[in-house]
Ligand binder design. Sequence first.
Ligand code: ADP
Ligand code: MG
Length: 212
Amino acid sequence: MSVIAFVNQKGGCAKSTTAIHLTYWLFHKQRRVMLVDADAQRSSSIWLESLEDPIPCEVAQTPDQLLERIPKLASQYDALIVDGPAGLSDATKAILLCSDLAVIPCQPTGVDLRSAADAIRLIRQAQATRNGTPQAAVFLSRAVKGTRLKDEAIGHLENLGVPILKTVVHQRQAVADTFGQAATVWELLGKASLEAAEEFEQLFQEIMALLS
Ligand SMILES: Nc1ncnc2c1ncn2[C@@H]1O[C@H](COP(=O)(O)OP(=O)(O)O)[C@@H](O)[C@H]1O
Ligand SMILES: [Mg+2]
């Protein structure tokens, strides 16, 4: 019944990676969950199909498809995870018209903070027509440990007036490897994947708490 969308026009900020991991995490919590892949590259649907678990997935890319399919699918599942496209297109606007929560992954760099601000503007427009829905939240993704950029980015994001999730997801090779390995961090071995798994778990608990 909840539609959670990952949006940000900036490619590479970890929309697909986070969408896949959240979908997988919910599936293993026995939730009825489905992924909607709205990106032309279709990387998340290809990735999901490569996993061993039979997790349902649908590709929907045009605004019409999204506006028709998301509400229909949402009524059949506990959670619908939407992997948004690159670009602030009409497809993104359509997604925001039928989501309950828009999550913006943001890398801690100047360019990425600017694109997060653009995404937030679009969310505000949707909120203005939908009585405050969708809720919005930003989190820092692919942050490099030991750099000051992270703290500066949090300062910038605070000015945008959107809740910032406490969890920061750090840049780790183990996460970058998951797509190629047809896996998620929960299936990979090693300390780095364990640490990444802990961050994802904490992030997803925060996200689900926003909806409860
Ligand atoms: N925490 C992370 N650490 C390292 N690499 C990451 C992390 N999150 C995502 N990546 C990598 O960054 C690239 C872009 O991620 P992706 O999820 O495809 O972004 P988007 O969907 O926003 O374009 C991919 O190669 C992915 O493996
Ligand atoms: Mg993507």
